[in-house]
Write a protein that binds this ligand. Structure first.
Ligand SMILES: Nc1ncnc2c1ncn2[C@@H]1O[C@H](COP(=O)(O)OP(=O)(O)O)[C@@H](O)[C@H]1O
Ligand SMILES: [Mg+2]
Length: 429
């Protein structure tokens, strides 16, 4: 290991020797002297926050400001003003001109944590400042310049966010000039015991207790635990056990009381770090898979009924059978599984894995999408149906002078569905 890497680890208290961790740290050291934007990707609790700190401290900007912005924690209504400042009178309550972080951090580094949570309108401003160094305060038309280095981090699946229209693709590529991946703890088995010992020492000191020690069975147990909350979870586990456990020799049985093997949910939750949805990425993934399988089963059944109908016609079907078929092909109010693309990060691969169509929709969306899942057949009438639908939408929009809410009412569909149809038929403007 290079001296430089060891120095960084010592300086920041970073424990571990796993190759992918070393690579991430080395990459940070390498890109630090440049102004290149860096995107740090990794699950919650893997230590992403070390990366921007290393980059800043190893850059020529180190004596200038370093500002951390948690994009997920700032309300949508105030985030533009927080980042870019505002003019006096820009909105109710703006009693004085205020500088934003991009102005304050001029010459320094901004760490945009949870960047995937940025509202779209803020993404536009961010893209501009990244591309030209220009921004405007909220409520001002005066262009200002700033020179800020951006490091961003995310634990959400950016490809899916882009696919769902929640994140701008151009901004993603701009932020992601260099990508640094932080490996999850479960892949760093060899580091788990090292980290446990470090935290045991830290908390023994903090609470003036003797250090915890793991018995051999416990080492084996903890190394095979999945740690959905990663290092943050391990740290909280050691803190809690340091305080609660009388016996300093921890057995596998004892550990199992805190982190049972059967469940993948974090058992130990720091009250200040209540897990958000994102912490349960793996659970969600499993759910998606189940839904995906279910959808396939449903489609198979539909194919089968459709085949049967095609071959036999509907003449000799009983009423009950007809009812059943109607029910299958008639929209329900239950949430449905829609086509779309599930993109998730396979932990064993660097690249995102694109799974076959699966996203969960709200009941609102499900209405029309059932048609989309239907077995693709060359049915000429479906084309004319589409044309009719398109005509109807155009007429309704004309009648209501482009007011979508009224047009939707008239058509008897939700506004959201109308928006989708407008997009689908390219009817914008
Ligand atoms: N390799 C490591 N060595 C020591 N502590 C670590 C390491 N990685 C993470 N931590 C600790 O784990 C906690 C979570 O790290 P953090 O950077 O906040 O995670 P993330 O931002 O990825 O959610 C912090 O207390 C951090 O100091
Ligand atoms: Mg963090």
């Amino acid at each position: 290991m290079s001296n430089e890497l060891q120095n960084i680890k010592n300086r920041f208290g970073i424990i571990g020797n796993f190759p992918a961790l070393n690579r991430a740290l080395e990459k940070s050291i390498q890109v630090a002297p440049t102004d290149i934007s860096v995107l740090v990707i990794g699950e919650s609790g893997v230590g992403k926050e070390f990366i921007p700190k290393i980059i800043h401290s190893e850059s020529k900007r180190k004596h200038q400001p370093y500002i951390v912005v948690n994009c997920g924690a700032i309300p949508e209504g105030t985030i533009d003003s927080e980042l870019f400042g505002h003019e006096k009178g820009a909105f109710t309550g703006a009693t004085a001109t205020r500088k934003g972080y991009f102005e304050v951090a001029d010459g320094g580094t901004i760490f945009l944590d949870e960047v995937g949570e940025l509202p779209l309108q803020t993404q536009v401003r961010l893209l501009r400042v990244l591309e030209s160094g220009e921004f405007m305060k909220v409520g001002s038309s005066q262009v200002q310049k700033t020179n800020v280095r951006i490091v961003a981090a995310t634990n959400v699946n950016m490809m899916k966010a882009i696919h769902d229209g929640r994140f701008r693709e151009d901004l993603y590529y701009r932020l992601n000039t260099v990508q640094i991946d932080m490996p999850p703890l479960r892949e760093r088995k060899g580091d788990i015991h090292l980290l446990f010992r470090k935290f045991a020492i830290d908390f023994a000191e903090k609470y003036r207790m003797p250090e915890l020690e793991l018995e051999q069975s416990a080492v084996h147990y903890i190394e095979n635990y999945s740690f959905p909350g990663n290092i943050r979870q391990l740290r909280n586990l050691v803190e809690q056990m340091t305080v609660v456990e009388r016996n300093r020799n921890i057995t596998a049985e004892k550990l199992a009381e805190y982190i049972p093997m059967e469940t993948h949910l974090p058992m130990v939750v720091n009250s200040q770090n209540t897990p958000k949805q994102n912490d349960f990425g793996s659970e969600r993934e499993i759910m998606y898979k189940i839904l995906f399988d279910m959808r396939n089963d449903i489609n198979d059944l539909k194919s089968l009924t459709s085949e049967l109908i095609k071959n036999r016609g509907t003449a000799d079907l009983s009423n009950h059978e007809k009812n059943l078929i109607n029910r299958i092909y008639t929209p329900e109010t239950q949430p449905q599984v829609n086509p779309g693309s599930l993109v998730y990060f396979d932990n064993h691969n660097d690249a995102p894995v694109v799974q076959n169509p699966t996203i969960i929709s709200t009941p609102d969306d499900s209405y029309e999408d059932i048609e989309d899942i239907e077995i693709e057949e060359n049915r000429p009438e479906s084309l004319s149906l589409q044309n009719n639908e398109k005509d109807l939408i155009i007429k309704a929009l004309e009648k209501h002078k482009g007011r979508r809410n009224r047009a939707a009412d008239e058509l008897g569909i939700s506004q959201r569905t109308l928006y989708r149809k407008i997009k689908q038929y390219n009817l914008e403007d």
